[in-house]
Design a protein around this ligand. Sequence first.
Ligand code: SAH
Length: 255
Amino acid sequence: MTGKIHFIGAGPGDPELITVRGRRLIDEADVIIYAGSLVNPAVLDGRKPSAVVHNSAYMDLDAVIGVVKEATDKGLAVVRVHTGDPSIYGAIREQMDRLDALGIGYEVVPGVSSFLAAAAVLKKEYTLPDVSQTVILTRMEGRTPMPPKEKLVDLARHNCTMAIFLSIGFIEELCSTLIEGGYDPKTPAAVVYKATWPDEKVIRGDLTDIAGKVKGKNVEKTALTVVGGFLGDEYGLSKLYDKRFTTGYRKGTEE
Ligand code: SAH
């Protein structure tokens, strides 16, 4: 019998922020491969004493697939644990394609992405009426290039809510590019470092001063920058809960 592999989104850090299914599959797994650079090892605490744990920070794609193949050939249950949700900068697709080629079955269990955890930590709503109804998830061009039509300066034109991953090391350039692209320099911005971890930090400012505020605070990795008017206090009220507005479930008081 061939074993199966589950890709699991471990959530942003707090071990309670994994799905019930993700937790169960980890607890039942024979072999665990986790992204040790970002996943909180506490999500593995309920594993079987016999479970074999591999940290993918020290492995390349061939090594990961090698471990999966050997274990599934033996009929073992394997979990591949990614931070946040595996569909966001998770490098999951290349693994799935290799598994397809080998005829190894897999399933994906979603997780709470760090950009969602950041909104919860900030107690904000990304899609405020009259402010922004669009969220751009992106990153800066670093060691890996961006597709030519997705340069940050072009994305900035929309002035919508933006969550920028993997870019805290370039925050000065990030802010100047967003201003160059069309955000008002006074647009609010926040950096959330290690959202939902015990050593979480939140830094608030605007595009002119957030980079300076981040400096010297040991915020070097695992931080997300969010930008947009959603961090401010001006917005329209929703139609959904407007007492004058009729919805499929509720009749409004006036039309
Ligand atoms: N799949 C992950 C993202 C992996 S890319 C997800 O869905 O969240 C790694 C980047 O994610 C980091 O550079 C950082 O920008 C962000 N990140 C991951 N966990 C984070 C956390 N707990 N707090 C803030 N940013 C985080």
